[in-house]
Design a binder for this molecule. Structure first.
Ligand code: PMP
Length: 383
């Protein structure tokens, strides 16, 4: 796909009953792990859309983001309120076709009109999400350009810093690193949900990006949202969406609205029965996978994994560590190309090189189907 997650290569299709010698693709973060929860939910999320419904371009002409479905807006607010991971009061909400489109909308919004002689530098500290350079430079904008690793940004020029927290690929909580005047921060919070990381505060940054892809696993619906403090920025983002795709399809907005509301209603705080809470259920799945992975890695003595601090999660009430959507694995000294090593064992991963880092690292998806994960562990233990 345009954002570098090569979905075509291994279809992301049904991998049940995989043959033992199947190539397993853990390169992209296709969130099929979540199917098990949604199967359990059954028909509660089914919604019917009739032939005469949602024909209009408009969702709410009174909202500055006129293509945002009111039900989605409400569900987004309810979910952030129930989880306590982000403030929504005083923010404009802009919906996008995934947060990938919103990132482009933000870049446009914060760089227009261009008041500088040259394009504005866009940086992110390595290891950074591999799609950023591609998204930023694809159409060779006259407004901004990719300027690489934020740690190495030394120019005395305006900049935009993409702050990914928790980080893709490494799973760590991050803050901005450049900290100079004339900078705009964009917080990509795709993974700031309780299944991945302890929720330690309700964030209130100026520009925050979220996506259903990583929150609920509905990557195929292509729905993301931005929480934006500055009304002018929100207006320009809306303008970008207007020109780019004349808004966002109503059907996925309504579907995601339903899904977010179901999750919000089932949140622990509202006293839902054991196993119903989406975040708790999927946190348990990820915790189990991470325990198995750490045990296997320890046995092989070939790799190392990041360590995450124990923190109190305001949502679950537990003291826990992170269980990220990706394992950022480092090969032991002497193995230069970790991705190749895995490929030789029919495991597709993404090389550290793609994240502006070292080929001694790979990123491995932890959010695929169970069978894929089991095969991965079997093969890993034989390396
Ligand atoms: N930001 C980060 C950090 C991501 O990992 C992803 C998905 N891989 C995205 C943004 C884009 O997600 P989507 O376009 O599916 O909302």
């Amino acid at each position: 796909t345009a954002n570098g997650d090569n979905v075509k290569e291994n279809h992301g299709g049904d991998t049940r009953n995989l043959p033992v010698d199947a190539v397993i693709n853990l390169d992209h973060g296709d969130p099929t792990m979540y199917e098990s929860y949604w199967r359990k939910v059954g028909d509660e999320c089914t919604f019917v859309i009739k032939g005469f419904e949602s024909l209009s371009y408009f969702s709410n002409p009174n909202n500055p983001c006129w293509f945002l479905e009111p039900k989605l807006e409400e569900a987004i607010k309810n979910l952030h309120g129930a989880v306590g991971n982000a403030v929504t009061d005083g923010y404009s909400i802009i919906v996008g076709t995934g947060s990938s489109q919103l990132l482009q909308a933000v870049l446009f919004a914060v760089t227009t009109p261009l008041e500088h002689a040259s394009q504005i530098n866009v940086v992110s500290p390595a290891p950074y999400y591999s799609s950023y350079p591609e998204i930023v430079d694809l159409v060779k904008s006259g407004l901004y350009k990719w300027a690489g690793d934020a740690h190495e940004f030394e120019k005395d020029e305006p900049y935009i810093e993409l702050v990914t927290s928790p980080n893709n690929p490494s799973g760590v909580i991050r803050g901005s690193v450049v900290n100079r005047e004339g900078g705009v921060l964009i917080h990509d919070l795709a993974y700031y949900w309780p299944q991945y990381t302890p929720i330690t505060s309700s964030l209130d940054f100026d520009i925050m990006l979220f996506t259903a892809s990583k929150c609920t696993g509905h990557a195929g619906s292509r729905v993301g949202w931005a929480l934006v403090k500055d009304k002018e920025v929100a207006k320009k983002m809306t303008k970008f969406m207007e020109v780019n795709t004349i808004g966002v399809s109503k059907e996925p907005q309504l579907r995601v609205a339903k899904i977010l509301q179901v999750i919000a209603d089932r949140c622990k705080r509202f006293g839902s029965p054991e196993g119903d809470d989406f975040f708790e259920y999927n946190k348990n799945l990820l915790t189990e996978r991470w325990e198995i992975l750490r045990e296997t890695v320890k046995k092989t003595q070939m790799f190392t994994l990041p360590k995450y601090p124990l923190q109190h999660c305001n949502y679950t009430g537990d003291v826990t560590q992170a269980h990220p959507a990706f394992a950022w694995m480092k090969c032991k000294e002497g193995i230069e190309d970790c991705e190749k090593l895995f490929r030789n064992h029919k495991i597709l991963t993404r090389s550290g090189r793609r994240f502006g880092s070292d080929p001694g690292f790979v990123r491995v998806s932890m959010v695929g189907r169970d069978e894929e994960f089991k095969l991965f562990i079997d093969r890993l233990s034989m390396i």
